[in-house]
Design a protein around this ligand. Structure first.
Ligand SMILES: O=c1ccc(O)c[nH]1
Length: 352
């Protein structure tokens, strides 16, 4: 079901005002071959209507012949900005970049953020963007979770299927993703709604057991048989299960890169408007699966890079795995119990 230009424009205006866009500021809208035309046209209209000076920068697609899929979050590392000094200069000069093509965790993106530019990624379909238009309540809830995560020394995750894994924390920052960019130099992703961090290098150990119905991304599949991941010193050392495990194993092996097996970010979902079941209602390539990453109470873990956090691993292979019904404890205090977030629920919206 699509949404009207009016509704998407209103959503853009809400996101841009939460992102503190001011009259006269410079906005660059980044596009490429996969940019959604309605998202693009309403983004420009909304930014212009708020008095911004708006440019569009169209970048040629890259990595298509290497990526094995067209999912923009699957194959990371080099981007159309790699070596592209002209584009980087334009983005560094911008106050706000609306990324409608997916730069994601690239060295160039860090360079642009360091210049104080804000970058907001928005590539889900228009109706998903409108359904999960961010609010200050989202921000408050995610910021509170991220603050807890930032103070913790250990995350312990268990599940009825047999997950029992421990992550030592402290080396890397906790990140909050709440869907808008309200501070200079901030990156965020609309839609989102989760808190995450990275385990200390080499300090993740235990067993993760994906249960039937948990989700593999970028495969965008609900697995049918359990998958057992043995995690040792920060790397997955065995992946055992049925055909889902074989598909994942072949895909990861295709990168020929040991770092593809490194633990990447870990955290939990906090977006009440995201649903576990939504992925099954879309064709595989119609979304990048943000409902799966953000649904309330998931344990979201990832294999691959940690350069996003300031680490040195920049592998192109990026696997995201949201699981249901896990219990997540920080230094012994449960923050999620059997897939239910223990923070009292969504922060009440201030009375309109
Ligand atoms: O917004 C995102 C999307 C993918 C990911 O792995 C992290 N955050």
């Amino acid at each position: 079901m699509s949404v009207s230009d009016h509704d998407l424009m209103q959503a853009w205006k809400q996101v841009l005002s939460l992102s503190k866009l001011e009259r006269g500021q410079l906005v660059t809208v980044l596009t490429s071959s996969s940019t959604h035309p309605q998202t693009l046209s309403t983004a420009i209209l909304a930014a212009v209507s708020m008095g911004a000076i708006v440019n569009r920068l169209d970048l040629l697609p890259v990595n298509g012949e290497k990526a094995l899929s067209r999912d923009s979050l699957a194959y990371l590392g080099t981007t159309p900005l790699t070596g592209n000094r002209a584009a980087i200069a334009a983005l560094k000069e911008s106050d706000l970049v609306l990324d409608l093509m997916t730069l994601l965790f690239s060295p160039e993106q860090h360079e642009i953020l360091k210049a104080g530019t804000k970058i907001l990624l928005a590539v889900e379909p228009p109706e998903v963007l409108v359904r999960m238009v961010p609010t200050m309540a989202d921000r408050a809830r995610v910021a509170a979770a991220s603050a807890k995560l930032g103070k913790a020394k250990e995350m312990h995750v268990t599940s009825p299927a047999g997950t029992d894994v421990r992550f030592k924390l402290g080396q890397f920052p906790a990140i909050s993703e709440y869907g808008f960019v309200d501070e200079p130099g901030r990156w965020d992703h609309w839609p989102s709604g989760f808190a995450l961090t990275w385990a200390n290098e080499g300090e993740a150990d235990g067993m993760i057991v994906m249960e039937r119905g948990d989700i593999l991304l970028p495969m965008k599949s609900y697995i049918q048989d359990r998958i057992h991941f043995r995690i040792e010193k920060g790397f997955v050392t065995s992946i055992e299960g049925g055909v889902d495990a074989e598909i994942l194993s072949e895909y990861m092996a295709s990168y020929n890169d040991r770092d593809a097996y490194a633990m990447s970010h870990i955290g939990w979902g906090l977006q009440p408007r995201a649903k576990w079941s939504t992925l099954g209602l879309y064709d595989r390539e119609a979304t990048i699966g943000m409902d799966a990453r953000a649904f309330e109470g998931n344990f979201l873990f990832s294999f691959g890079p940690n350069n996003e956090a300031g680490g040195s691993r920049t592998t192109a292979c990026h696997i995201d795995i949201p699981m249901r019904n896990c219990t997540i404890a920080l230094d012994g205090e449960e923050v999620v119990r059997n897939g239910k977030v223990l923070d009292g629920g969504p922060v009440r919206e201030a009375a309109e």
